[in-house]
Design a protein around this ligand. Structure first.
Ligand SMILES: [Zn+2]
Length: 167
């Protein structure tokens, strides 16, 4: 009985590692007791997409080590907790993008989109998702808002100029 239980637990844990990699998935971090985080990455990713995915999954690995496998599992099934965990991981992606020279405004818009696209969060309003991101990466959120305001001001400035009658 003990052997059966142990081996079925092992199979359950090992299955995600043995199954073909889900095509739409870019990366995956599994969190095991004792072993800790085990990661897989989609082999079809470009170098830059892989680097970005690694930044995201590295956050989940840190969460696994910080929370332990049990709490990590519990967090995954409580929507509010899962949202905080994903927002933190997406913020790491945006930080990575900005560190690589990306604009905060574009990086932030991108992770807002990505979070909205997640099946888990379809029922949550954009405000809830955005609040979660803003609390996980306030610096990027503020920088993105400032860049957006600058861009709007420049655009309005341009259209005022364009509207001036020509002589
Ligand atoms: Zn994630």
């Amino acid at each position: 009985m003990g052997v059966v239980l142990t081996s079925s637990v092992l199979v359950t844990f090992a299955l995600p590692l043995l199954l073909p990699f889900p095509q739409r998935e870019e990366g995956l971090t599994l969190c095991y007791p004792v072993v800790g985080p085990v990661q897989r990455f989609n082999a079809d990713l470009s170098v830059s997409a892989l680097a970005r995915t690694r930044a995201h999954e590295a956050t989940h690995a840190t969460q696994c080590r910080r929370d332990g496998a049990i709490w990590h599992f519990v967090r995954d099934v409580i929507p509010g907790q899962r949202l905080a965990a994903e927002a933190e991981a997406y913020c790491a992606e945006a930080n990575f993008g900005v560190a690589k020279g990306g604009r905060a405004r574009f990086e932030y818009a991108r992770i807002q989109d990505e979070l909205r696209e997640m099946a888990w969060f379809r029922r949550l309003s954009s405000d809830v998702l955005n609040d979660s991101l803003a609390s996980q990466c306030p610096m990027i959120a503020v920088a993105a808002a400032r860049e957006e305001a600058d861009w709007q001001a420049r655009r309005n400035g341009d259209s005022v100029l364009a509207a001036k009658p020509r002589r």
